[in-house]
Design a protein around this ligand. Structure first.
Ligand code: ATP
Length: 299
């Protein structure tokens, strides 16, 4: 089986500062990491490293950040189809972190919002029933809805990560089979967390709900009543960027090894994979390697 990830590609820059700046004040900072990121890209990289044949469809501008994204993606075992759009800035995230653990994050989505629908639809033309279509909240509303609808019509398994939160998600639920979300997304979208939230989301037609809760682990709920809690794997966390993306990518890659069935084993594998990510600084460079994922999946 294959996965088609249609989402954003970005450069993540983390800058260490003594304190977050007040309005109108200039401060000094130190770059602590600059890495390939973007939720769509992160999830695709982990899936591909996990042995799932993965196509990533994304858009960038035509600038220095785009060149870096292309170079880094070329080192990954995935089929990356980037539209380089002129007159548009490549997306990036700037994370300011302070010594006491506070942070502030600015993310641009100009390129993701401009992803040409026809390029993404063309890629979906290669999909077979049962393949994963994986999407997030970075593309514009019309593109996201059209692609999920098309995935559903093609018999793909549609997987959605409702992040960043957008007002248009209400239109999407009816096209979604599996949702992965964290606690704050769950509170915003379902008004609760845990099993209650899962039931609310099943009521919208979503077959499987995976709710992650940081060090409290994750739950997998399947409509019809199956419910499992998987604890987090102990780790010394130094940078949790990309924990949720690693979790989702590893869970889907693990499921693909069993014909695409998302089960408790996939969630355990995802917990082990994300424990590796949180113990390392950066985004792509922090993700588990192919060998590490193979070892996790063998367990
Ligand atoms: P992020 O936005 O940082 O990528 P998220 O908020 O989407 O993450 P979380 O629920 O924080 O997602 O984390 C996803 C999974 O990663 C958790 O279910 C857990 O398995 C693992 N994880 C997160 N933080 C830790 C930690 N400190 N130690 C061990 N595992 C962790």
């Amino acid at each position: 089986m294959r996965a088609f990830v249609i989402g954003n590609a970005a450069i993540d820059e983390t800058i260490s500062v003594d304190g977050l700046p007040e309005p109108g004040v200039s401060i000094l900072g130190r770059i602590v990491s600059r890495d390939l990121g973007g939720k769509g890209t992160n999830q695709a990289v982990v899936m591909a490293r996990g042995g799932l044949e993965t196509t990533l469809v994304s858009a960038t501008g035509d600038d220095f950040r785009s060149a870096t994204i292309c170079e880094q993606l070329a080192q990954e075992p995935l089929d990356a189809r980037l539209s380089r759009l002129s007159g548009i800035s490549t997306d990036f995230s700037m994370v300011l972190t302070t010594p006491d653990g506070e942070n502030a994050n600015v993310t641009t989505t100009e390129a993701a919002e401009a992803l040409p629908l026809d390029v993404a639809m063309k890629a979906l033309g290669e999909a077979e029933p049962g393949d994963f279509l994986v999407m997030q909240g970075n593309l514009n509303a019309a593109t996201t809805e059209a692609l999920l609808k098309s995935g559903r019509e093609r018999g793909m398994v549609t997987v959605f990560n409702p992040s960043p939160l957008r007002p248009y998600f209400d239109r999407l639920w009816r096209f979604i089979d599996i949702v992965f979300l964290n606690e704050s997304e769950s509170l915003s979208l379902a008004g609760s967390t845990g099993q209650t939230a899962a039931e609310t989301l099943h009521g919208l037609g979503i077959r499987q709900v995976v709710l992650t809760a940081g060090t409290n682990g994750a739950i997998l709920s399947t409509s019809g009543g199956d419910f499992v809690h998987v604890p987090a794997v102990k780790a010394t966390a130094i940078d949790t960027t990309g924990a949720g993306d690693t979790f989702m990518g590893a869970a889907l890659a693990s499921a693909a090894h069993r014909g695409g069935v998302l089960d408790a084993r996939a969630i355990s594998h995802a917990s082990a994979a994300s424990a590796l990510t949180v113990a390392r600084r950066g985004t792509r460079r922090a993700f588990p390697s192919r060998d590490e994922l193979a070892m996790i999946f063998a367990g």
